[in-house]
Unconditional design. Structure first.
Length: 157
């Protein structure tokens, strides 16, 4: 597969069907989640503290989500909407990266677990939802085209 094939695939599957915004959100979500996990693994000593409070990166994600929503609400320019989609994906990745920590810190004794399996479950569900949002129509078109030979004649149109 070469670059020309990827451009054609991007145009046919994403741009022509007006799915660029969910695609941008999806790509930036994956980048953000991957980068935040890599930073936590490779540089565990990097943390931001303000006074005695540890500022987790889901706060940055929430700020990015607020900014992206504000841009989407006040702008009608397509370029700014693409930037807002990127900020949404990046912010969503940062928030989802710490979802296990957020949900387990409410447990008795405050035993917070950043590496909780729930984080990976949420990521898998979100990836599935993005694939459904982006590729639902072509998938069913393909199934209809390829599987109609299995149906009896009375069900064919």
């Amino acid at each position: 597969m070469n670059i020309k094939d990827l451009k054609s695939l991007l145009y046919e599957d994403i741009i022509r069907r007006n799915k660029l915004t969910p695609f941008i959100i999806f790509v930036f979500f994956l980048i953000s989640f991957g980068l935040s996990r890599a930073v936590v693994i490779l540089f565990p000593e990097i943390s931001l503290y303000i006074r005695q409070y540890h500022i987790h990166h889901f706060y940055y994600g929430i700020i990015l989500l607020f900014a992206s929503n504000w841009i989407s609400l006040v702008s009608d320019r397509p370029n700014l909407h693409n930037i807002a989609a990127g900020l949404t994906g990046f912010g969503l990745g940062l928030v989802v990266d710490e979802i296990g920590l957020l949900l387990t810190c409410s447990s008795p004794g405050f035993v917070c677990n950043y590496w909780h399996r729930l984080t990976y479950d949420v990521v898998i569900w979100l990836v599935g939802l993005f694939f459904v949002a982006i590729y639902f129509e072509p998938f069913w078109r393909f199934i209809k085209k390829e599987v109609t030979w299995l149906l009896p004649k009375r069900f064919k149109r």
